[in-house]
Design a binder for this molecule. Structure first.
Ligand SMILES: NC(=O)C1=CN([C@@H]2O[C@H](COP(=O)(O)OP(=O)(O)OC[C@H]3O[C@@H](n4cnc5c(N)ncnc54)[C@H](OP(=O)(O)O)[C@@H]3O)[C@@H](O)[C@H]2O)C=CC1
Ligand SMILES: O=C(CO)COP(=O)(O)O
Length: 320
C-alpha cells in the first residue's frame, strides 16, 4: 500500500522515514515546491538533521501524487487543517484520513479527527497520537502510539499498516479521547515550561502535571471522551513526555515565557492556540480549567507569571 503524507515538517518526514524503512512506498507532500525538490534531491530535511531519507520516499510539492493514495496522514499544524481539508475536499472524499496533528481548532472548537469528520464526511477519520518526538521516530527508536478510529475494522487495518518494528501502535475507537489528550497536554507542557523557566522548582512542575491531568480529563470527558483513553498514551503518556523534556517546543515556549526571553514565532507551538480554545470551551461549558486559562492569558500577555501563580495558589482549598 502506498501511503501519502501531507506536511514536509519534522513529524511528517519522521513518519515517512519510519514507514519507508519498514518497506512502505511513501508519497510525501511539502507545500513549497523548492523545499520539496531540495528534500527529494538531498534526501534530507533541515528540520530533521542527521536523518537520511530512504529512496522509497517520493517527495513533491504537487498534490496530485498525494491524492492517488487511499490512506493519507495529515501532519500539518492543527490550525491549518480545516483550510486544507476544505480546499481539497473533492480529492479527499472516500480516503482514510489520519490526523497526526495535536490541537483544538479555534474556529470549530474540535480536535483534528472531529474536524475531518465535519468537513469531509465521506472520508474515514482517524487520529495518530501519543508520546513521540519526530527525531526519535526518524531514528527508529522504540515508540508507542495510539490510533483512534471510530470504525474499528478500519482502525485495525490502519494499526497494522502503520505499525513497524520500532513503532508500536495501540488502537481505540475513542477518537475524541485520542484527539483531546494530545491537544490538551500541549497546554500543560507550556505551563510546565513556565514553572521551570520562572524557577518555581521541580515540585511545582510535578504539582502542575498532577493537577493538570484531571483538568484534561474534565474537559475531555465533558466532550465525550472515555477516561481510559486519557489515562493512556495519547493523554497521560504524552503529558509526561512533553512536560519533562526540552525537546518539546511547547515546553520550550513555556520556558521562554517563564524566563522572559524571546521565542521564534515561526516555531510550531500548538498549545498556544489550543489554550485559547480551551479557555473559551471552559467558559461555554462552565468547566473549571484554571491551568489552561492562565496559560491562555499568559500567551496573550493578559497577565504575568507572578499574577498567574497567585491566581492558581489563591484558589479555595478543596479535597483532592
Ligand atoms: N515534531 C514532533 O515531534 C511531533 C509533532 N506532532 C504534531 O505534528 C504536527 C506538525 O508538526 P511538525 O511537523 O513537528 O511541525 P513543523 O514546524 O516541523 O512542520 C510543519 C509543516 O507544516 C507545513 N505547513 C504549515 N502551514 C501549512 C499550511 N497552511 N498548509 C500546508 N502545510 C503547512 C509547514 O510548511 P513550511 O515549512 O513550508 O512552513 C511544515 O512543513 C503538529 O500538530 C505537531 O503537534 C506530533 C508528534 C510529534
Ligand atoms: O507532541 C509531541 C511529542 O509527543 C511533540 O511536542 P512539541 O510539539 O511540543 O514539540
Amino acid at each position: 500500500m502506498k501511503i501519502g503524507i501531507a506536511g514536509g515538517g519534522a513529524f511528517g518526514t519522521a513518519l515517512a522515514a519510519a514507514l519507508a524503512l519498514d518497506g512502505h512506498d511513501i508519497q510525501l507532500w511539502a507545500r513549497h515546491a523548492e523545499a520539496a525538490s531540495d528534500m527529494q534531491n538531498t534526501r534530507s530535511n533541515p528540520k530533521l538533521p542527521g536523518v537520511d531519507l530512504p529512496q522509497n520516499i517520493s517527495i513533491s510539492g504537487e498534490l496530485e501524487p498525494l491524492f492517488i493514495c487511499d490512506t493519507i496522514l495529515l501532519a500539518i499544524p492543527a490550525q491549518t487543517l480545516p483550510a486544507f481539508l476544505t480546499e481539497h475536499l473533492a480529492h479527499l472524499d472516500g480516503k482514510n484520513l489520519v490526523a497526526c496533528c495535536k490541537g483544538i481548532d479555534l474556529k470549530r472548537m474540535t480536535g483534528p479527527a472531529s474536524t475531518i469528520r465535519d468537513i469531509v464526511p465521506g472520508a474515514v477519520p482517524a487520529m495518530l497520537t501519543g508520546p513521540s518526538f519526530a527525531a526519535d521516530i526518524a531514528r527508529g527508536l522504540p515508540t508507542a502510539l495510539t490510533l483512534g478510529c471510530a470504525d474499528d475494522e478500519m482502525g485495525a487495518m490502519l494499526q497494522t499498516a502503520l505499525s513497524t518494528t520500532s513503532l508500536r501502535i495501540y488502537r481505540t475507537t475513542d477518537t475524541v479521547g485520542a484527539e483531546l489528550g494530545g491537544a490538551l497536554k500541549n497546554v500543560m507542557a507550556i505551563a510546565s515550561g513556565i514553572a521551570i523557566g520562572a524557577k518555581l522548582g521541580e515540585s511545582a512542575r510535578a504539582a502542575l502535571i498532577t493537577r493538570g491531568f484531571p483538568e484534561m480529563q474534565r474537559l475531555a470527558l465533558a466532550l465525550g471522551a472515555q477516561p481510559e483513553t486519557l489515562s493512556g498514551l495519547s493523554g497521560f503518556g504524552d503529558l509526561v513526555l512533553t512536560c519533562t523534556s526540552d525537546q518539546s517546543r511547547n515546553y520550550r515556549y513555556g520556558l521562554a515565557i517563564g524566563t522572559g526571553s524571546d521565542f521564534d514565532q515561526n516555531t510550531t507551538v500548538e498549545g498556544a492556540a489550543t489554550a485559547r480554545a480551551v479557555r473559551q470551551l471552559a467558559s461555554e461549558l462552565d468547566i473549571d480549567m484554571p491551568i489552561c486559562t492562565v496559560v491562555a492569558d499568559l500567551t496573550e500577555n493578559k497577565t504575568d507569571v507572578a499574577t498567574a501563580l497567585n491566581t492558581l495558589l489563591s484558589r479555595p482549598l478543596k479535597e483532592e
